[in-house]
Every structure is written in C-alpha cells, then in structure tokens.
Design a protein around this ligand. Structure first.
Ligand SMILES: *Cc1c(COP(=O)(O)O)cnc(C)c1O
Length: 382
C-alpha cells in the first residue's frame, strides 16, 4: 500500500501529465479591475465582482462601521448567539428585492446548496440536475442520499422525460439548475423547467449566483417566475461573502431548524453582512450600473464574432486543456488576466478561457482584450 505522501505524489504526477494540476497564484487587487500578480499589474477579466462593488467606498464604509459596532466575527452559530441584527435585516432586504416571503442567509453559496438539498430530500427521493450545474448542487444531492439523475443542458423536454419515467417511484422530487451557468454564461429556460416541475409535483430550485445584480435588472434569471427555491450568493456581484435562499416562510423556517450547514456553522462576520447590505442598496438604486456588465460582454462577443452574450460571462471554448493554459499565459504576458478553465470544472474537450465583465471595465479595455485574444488564439492555433 502507498504511504499517504506517495499516494498524493502519484496523483499529482498523473494530473500534471494531463495538464490538470492546479496551482495557487497569489493575487493582490489594486482597484475594481486591476490585480497585482507576480510583480505585474494586470487588467483582470477573471473576477466575479461584476459591479465593481468589492472596493466601492460606500460598501467599505458600511463594513468598517459594522466591524467597529459588532466585532470581527459572529462568535457562534446563528441559533446560539451568532444572530447579530444585521443578518435579519439582510434577510428582509433580500426577500423584498426578490419578491419572496422570506430568506435565509448561509455562510456561503456552497454551504447553502449543500444544506438546502440535503434538508429537503433524502434517500427515498429524486433529485434531477441540469448536467452543467455548479459543483455545490451536486454536493447537496450527494449529501441527501437521494437518487440523482442529470438532464441534458437546458433541455426541459429531457427533464420531462425523466420525470415521466422516474417521478412515480420517488416520494419527493427536487429539480435544480443554475439560472446563469457559471462556465457558459447562458441562461436556464426557467419558465419551461418550472412548468415541467409543476406538472410532476417537483420543486424547482434556481441557483442565481451569477444572475443577482446582473440579469433582469439585477433580480436574476428566475425573476418573474414563481420558483419556490431561489438561491444565490453575496460573493459575486455584491462583492462580499455568504449565500442565501429566498423561499416561503415555512420553507425558510424549516431550513433554519434543520439544515446542517446552517445549524452547525458560525454566522457570517458582521462586516460581510453590512457590505452585502450596502451593495444591495446600490443594485436597487442604480439600474444604469446594473446594465453595464452585460453591455460590456456583448461588446466583446460582437468584436470576437461569438454568439451574443446572455450574461456577463463569455466563454471562449478552445477544447484542449493545455491549449487553454497556453492562451491564458499569452494573454497574461500581454497584460490581461483571463482564467483557463479545465476539467473537471468543465467537460473533457471543452477547456476554455472564461471571460467575465465588470461595470468598471472601459469600452476601450474590452476592445483591447478582444484584440489580444484574437492574437493569442491565432498564435496557439493547432
Ligand atoms: C460561486 C457559485 C456558488 C458558490 O457560492 P460561494 O458563495 O462562492 O460559495 C454556487 N453556485 C454557483 C452557480 C456559483 O457560481
């Protein structure tokens, strides 16, 4: 048998050989769009701070005030003594913004997804997931012990087929999708998925981590549909940290009573909650800013001759993992930070450059990236 170290070394060597080894790159943030990496200042098209709020003076001021008033941490799980008053205020504001009865704030989006699915379904139940959903939804399905099947990406007809074939043998059924797909930037057909779910007595959950603050006036991809579970994160367009779900009052109360990732994890730090509240204010009051990331993404897809962006995420799919890495390195040499996304984050053979746009990018910066991307693609053509 391998020693632990030998096991880890052998695994790393085979990942390295496949171009799949991952390495951290310490990265400082200089302003809303520039980062410092390896001593170089780079223009980033890799951050999820879509509205440039992570360093907005109003957001920072709110975080500082909360730090002074409430301290650095929540000091306990929310059900013990960690439920500082900012958390309830944020839940009321999120529910109102989403037009929901109630909301529950979790420690992160990952914890929300893991907790929600595992609390609402169990071994006698069925979970149906779009094949490209975020990994945290898969973790929730695994934790639940429910039978889990995938439907073809954005294919409500295939979901309907699976419901017809398998719904009858399960006690409860939950269907989950990303609202905006994190690696593809396309939108889920929420209305069709909801109709199929309702026709078969299944509960629809939409993960709008990349929809909040960006699509449908910032209200997300599920806006305008009566989706019973609307989950999202405070860590992308809101520039802070934490996760949430908007749902009916009984569902929220049940999650707060039983979701293990809520009950057994410390409440969010007050400064993070205050930052999210200040950012939500800006999203509600500044629709012109909210419209900018999508406009920038469309400027890029237009210049590149790609299908028109539906969100602020625009993938440039190149296939091979090593080619994606080489293009990313070439862009970095030209002063641009664009992440190469490889399996298992995306299916094998679909490695890509994932380009994300922020309200803080200038149009001329977007044009500069498009030119550099075209050069890098040509230099690395097979
Ligand atoms: C980032 C992300 C999450 C996880 O949210 P965190 O708050 O970062 O843990 C969940 N779902 C999707 C689709 C995401 O992109």
């Amino acid at each position: 048998m391998d020693t632990l170290d030998a096991f880890a070394r052998r695994k790393l060597a085979s990942l390295e050989a496949a171009g799949l080894r991952r390495r951290l790159a310490p990265t400082g943030r200089l302003d809303a769009t520039h980062v410092l990496r390896g001593g170089r200042r780079l223009l980033s098209f890799s951050c999820n701070d879509y509205l440039g709020l992570a360093r907005d003076p109003r957001v920072l001021e709110a975080a500082r005030a909360a730090l002074d008033a409430h301290g650095a941490g929540a000091c306990a799980s929310r059900l013990i003594t960690g439920d500082h008053p900012l958390l309830g205020e944020l839940e009321r504001r999120l529910a109102a913004f989403k037009g929901a009865e109630a909301a529950c704030v979790f420690g992160s989006g990952y914890l929300a997804n893991a907790g929600i699915i595992a609390t609402l379904t169990g071994p006698n139940d069925l979970v149906l997931l779009d094949e490209l959903v975020h990994s945290s939804l898969l973790s929730g399905a695994k934790l639940s012990g429910a039978r889990t099947l995938s439907f073809r990406h954005n294919d409500a007809g295939h979901l309907e087929d699976l419901l017809r074939a398998h719904r009858g043998s399960a006690a409860r059924c939950l269907v989950a999708t990303d609202g905006v797909f994190s690696m593809d930037g396309d939108l889920a057909p929420v209305g069709d998925l909801l109709a199929a779910s309702q026709a078969h007595d299944a509960w629809l959950m939409v993960d709008d981590a990349h929809g909040l603050g960006v699509v449908n006036g910032g209200r997300g991809a599920a806006h305008g549909h009566d989706v019973p579970l609307r989950m999202g994160t405070l860590s992308k367009a809101l520039g802070s940290y934490g996760g949430y779900v908007c749902a009916s009052a009984p569902v929220v109360d049940y999650l707060k009573t039983r979701a293990r990732t809520f009950v057994y994890s410390t409440g969010l730090p007050p400064a993070s909650v205050a930052a999210a509240l200040a950012a939500l204010d800006i999203v509600e009051r500044d629709p012109a800013r909210v419209a900018e990331p999508l406009r920038k993404a469309r400027l890029f897809t237009g210049l590149m001759g790609l299908p028109e962006a539906q969100s602020c995420i625009a993938p440039v799919i190149v296939g091979d993992a090593r080619r994606a890495l080489a293009i990313s390195q070439r862009l970095e040499a030209a002063g641009y930070l664009v992440g190469a996304i490889r399996p298992p984050t995306v299916p094998p053979g679909t490695s890509r450059l994932r380009v994300t746009f922020s309200a803080a990018h200038g149009d001329e910066e977007v044009a500069g990236l498009a030119a550099a991307m075209a050069d890098a693609l040509e230099a690395q053509s097979a």
